[in-house]
Design a binder for this molecule. Structure first.
Ligand SMILES: Cc1ncc(COP(=O)(O)O)c(C=O)c1O
Length: 438
């Protein structure tokens, strides 16, 4: 279904002039797909618990105001990790009651703003808790307050994304000497500290390991509540981190599988004593974004065919710099946006940037690409085209939402306008051209 909609959207992008020789790269978001994922998440948890659950979308995965508004309309909240992300959430109309602030480096001003707004805050460490002590003492706040812990259960297959290693930079470690005792004491000393937060998953992390991390956080909450003699911790924030399948259009693993695994591994999590917060990012958006780029030239080098396209490191930064960890599919379409089928040839698909490693795919079996063809890069709705990398002053592409009517007609709506060359000049000190001459 998603591939049917995508094929129609590729063709319509060409027909309607969204993708053209003068606009050679665009990004598409499948609105129906996003709504379907949001509904799947909500129903997956509703199937295993009657406890109230706030599903706070991790804004870092797709920092786009219309996306946040769509998800909020679908009943979700947001997890923000910077003043910019908080501003996006507010611009999208997400209320403080549906907003959670996590980040490892919150300034006093950020904390003050969050507490004044009544946004939930998860402190990353004990120094930050000391800052919050002073703020709580100086002005009343409606913010639910929590502490992030690192259960140190181990890494997944991508080191840079593994948050629960022995030496991860996030949260208060639980297994270091004396750490657990200090965390319990921090709660006993602060009756207003009512949440425990952990985020142990990510791409490359097995579900069983994620569940293990949550089990550790749950056990700690139980210990704190027992020691306090009351239900001091009333909310567990279990983070996001469900991995995404980048190999095919299949959406695996599913939210339902994960919720069932949690119910089996940590039954007490869902028995109604705790409110829950989740923070999924990638798993809600990745499958619903597609980058389209025109092939500008084709050539052979050392006998290998290469298609030079307009999508490269500026959009797929992780893939270009760490291709083993972040492989992406590339789909071939002709210049009218029809899928290219038939015989395949091993070829490289290159981006437009001026360094040799700017390759979206190497040695990939694809129908032979021609100048003017279109390549589609699916599964890029999270952490790709909204995280622009300004190499070569390449512009941020336009982003368009699309819907497909029953008769196959595709309607586009602007999510973000393409960056103009004038904007690039302005953002690159254009107003200060003489600054270094003085
Ligand atoms: C605290 C926190 N929550 C949620 C997420 C979202 O993770 P994912 O997109 O893998 O679901 C992240 C990602 O880095 C995170 O740091």
């Amino acid at each position: 279904m998603a591939s049917y909609r995508r094929d129609l959207a590729v063709r319509a992008s060409v027909d309607q002039g969204l993708l053209s020789p003068s606009e050679p790269v665009v990004a598409l978001l499948d609105t129906a797909g996003i709504r379907t994922s949001a509904a799947a998440l909500t129903s997956a948890f509703a199937a295993v618990t009657d406890a109230p659950v706030l599903h706070a979308f991790a804004v870092k995965a797709a920092p786009l105001v219309p996306v946040l508004r769509l998800l909020h309309d679908a009943g979700l909240g947001v997890e923000v990790a910077s003043p910019g992300e908080l501003a996006l959430a507010r611009a999208a109309g997400v209320p403080p009651s549906h907003t959670v602030l996590d980040s490892p480096a919150k300034t006093p001003a950020e904390l003050r703003q969050a507490l004044a707004l009544g946004i939930a805050v998860n402190a990353d460490n004990l120094q930050e808790l000391a800052r919050i002590d002073a703020l709580v003492a100086s002005a009343p706040t409606a913010s639910p307050l929590g502490l992030r812990v690192n259960p140190q259960v181990g890494a997944g297959s991508i080191g840079a994304l593994s948050t629960a290693t022995a030496t991860s930079k996030f949260g208060v470690t639980l297994r270091d000497e004396g750490a657990r005792k200090a965390v319990v004491q921090a709660f006993l000393d602060r009756p207003w500290l009512t949440r425990l937060h952990t985020h142990t998953g990510s791409q490359g992390v097995p579900l069983a390991l994620m569940a293990e991390g949550i089990k550790e956080a749950y056990a700690l909450a139980e210990e704190i509540n027992r020691t306090a003699g009351r239900q001091q911790i009333d909310t567990l924030d279990i983070g996001g981190g469900l991995p995404v399948n980048f190999d095919s259009d299949e959406e695996t693993p599913t939210f339902a599988e994960y919720a069932r695994l949690l119910a089996d591994t940590v039954p007490g999590l869902f028995d109604g004593r705790y409110r829950l917060v989740t923070e999924f990012g990638r798993s809600l958006l990745a499958k619903h974004g597609t980058v389209l780029a025109r092939v500008e030239y084709t050539k052979t080098s050392g006998g290998r065919p290469i298609a030079v396209t307009h999508a490269g490191v500026q959009l797929a930064t992780r893939t270009v710099y760490a291709p083993e960890s972040w492989p992406l599919r590339v789909l071939a379409y002709d210049s009218e946006g029809h899928p290219r089928t038939g015989e395949t040839t091993v070829q490289d698909v290159a981006g437009p940037a001026c360094f040799a490693g700017d390759l979206l795919a190497t040695s990939r079996e694809l129908p032979l690409l021609h100048p003017g063809d279109v390549v589609a890069v699916p599964d890029t709705g999270a952490y790709y085209f909204a995280h622009h990398y300004a190499y070569n002053s390449l512009p941020r592409p336009g982003i368009h939402g699309f819907t497909v009517a029953d008769d196959g007609a595709v309607a586009f709506t602007t999510v973000r306008t393409p960056q103009t060359i004038a904007e690039i000049v302005a953002e690159s000190g254009g107003a200060h051209a003489d600054a270094l001459l003085r």
